[in-house]
Design a protein around this ligand. Structure first.
Ligand code: UT7
Length: 330
């Protein structure tokens, strides 16, 4: 293991579609209220992609910003991973559209389907590929057009989600640069039923008979998911904090998956990190699945919520069930 290279994040970027949908806008569509959504989730508004705006369009926009910040030339990108559950097409991979948009001709390109955990799954894969010397530069992206897979008549779910993309460029760390210190990922396939898009795959194709049953939209047993989310995120975050040899008071910022403010508060409490050191932007964007932690990382970075040398922890949770965490010294 000692001959593995340290891996750094050289640049981050994000993209949010222009259209804002507020809780009051949603109350015009389903039987809900700003009061219910705010008090149960912390979400105030979300962004909705234009009809002709694809997941790969958003991914490309976020990637361009990350590339620009990183100083890595697009032709030097060896690998593009897009984490998404809302791909442009079932095949080819959304990453291939992004590759073409960017002109990243050198790169291998593929998608990861690990729901809200996908961006950190991609980070771990890219870290290992770079650390081993197999590749030099990777572009990882979390991008979602969840509005295209939302049942807009179901108040249990349609108030939760939004669209957007976040990206990061990764390469070997130079002396003096920060690095990804530890990662932890896991999944529990016994829980596939509590959060899923049941239709539209080979298990349950969409047919003329079921076309109106909203099977190709996100379904969730909210309370069950909530319980798992708190436990799994706490454990994953603790695992990387321990492996990094850090204490709670060392951590400058925790950047968690943005699904529910009550979940985020519970995680902060269980990690003994005060709320002001936990990054939250879900009031603006809702839950953007794989994009959420990537967008949050970029916003926190650009806002100066952490600086060079700071210790930060990213932690996520999603359908699968899946979860992941990363301890990064910036
Ligand atoms: O990104 C992947 C991970 N996802 C998550 O982490 C989500 C985890 N789960 C949650 O965030 C929460 O469970 C929800 C926000 C989804 C729901 O909050 P909850 O406090 O668990 O509410 P509930 O589902 O138990 O519903 C409570 C009540 C129900 O009414 P009754 O049965 O008590 O009369 C619902 O019908 O709230 C009702 N309700 C609503 N009312 C107004 C459900 N959705 C709405 C709504 N507006 N949008």
């Amino acid at each position: 293991m000692s001959d593995l290279l340290s891996v750094t994040i050289a640049g981050t970027g994000s993209y949010l579609p222009e259209r804002v949908m507020t809780n009051d806008d949603l109350a015009q569509i389903v039987d809900t209220s700003d009061e219910w959504i705010t008090s149960r989730t912390g979400i105030k508004e979300r962004r909705i992609a234009a009809e002709d705006e694809t997941t790969s369009d958003m991914a490309t926009a976020a990637a361009r910003k990350a590339l620009e910040q990183s100083g890595v030339a697009v032709e030097d990108i060896d690998m593009i991973i897009v984490a998404t559950i809302t791909p442009d097409t079932l095949t080819p991979a959304t990453a291939c559209y992004v590759q073409d948009n960017l002109g990243a001709r050198q790169a291998m390109a593929f998608d990861i389907s690990a729901a809200c955990s996908g961006f950190l799954y991609a980070m771990k894969m890219a870290k290992r590929m770079i650390a081993s010397g197999a590749i030099q530069n990777a572009l990882i992206i979390g991008a979602e057009k969840l509005s295209a897979f939302t049942n807009w008549t179901d108040r249990n779910t349609c108030v939760l989600f939004g669209d957007g993309a976040g990206a990061a460029v990764m390469r070997a760390a130079q002396p003096g640069e920060g690095s990804i210190i530890a990662t932890d990922i896991g999944s529990d396939g016994a829980q596939t039923d509590i959060l899923n898009i049941p239709g539209g795959g080979s298990r349950c194709p969409i047919t003329l008979e079921n076309a109106n049953d909203h099977l190709a939209t996100l379904g969730m047993q909210g309370r069950e998911v909530f319980k798992h989310a708190v436990t799994r995120m706490k454990n994953a975050a603790n695992a990387v904090i321990e492996r990094a040899g850090w204490a709670a008071e060392d951590i400058a910022l925790v950047i968690p998956h943005q699904a529910n403010l009550r979940i985020i508060d519970a995680i902060a409490d269980r990690l003994s990190v005060p709320n002001e050191r936990v990054f939250v932007n879900l009031h603006k964007y809702g839950n953007t699945s794989a994009a959420a932690v990537a967008i949050a990382l970029d916003e926190a970075h650009r806002e100066g919520a952490f600086k060079k040398g700071d210790k930060i922890v990213l932690v996520v949770f999603g359908a699968g069930l899946t979860w992941a965490a990363a301890a990064i010294q910036w």
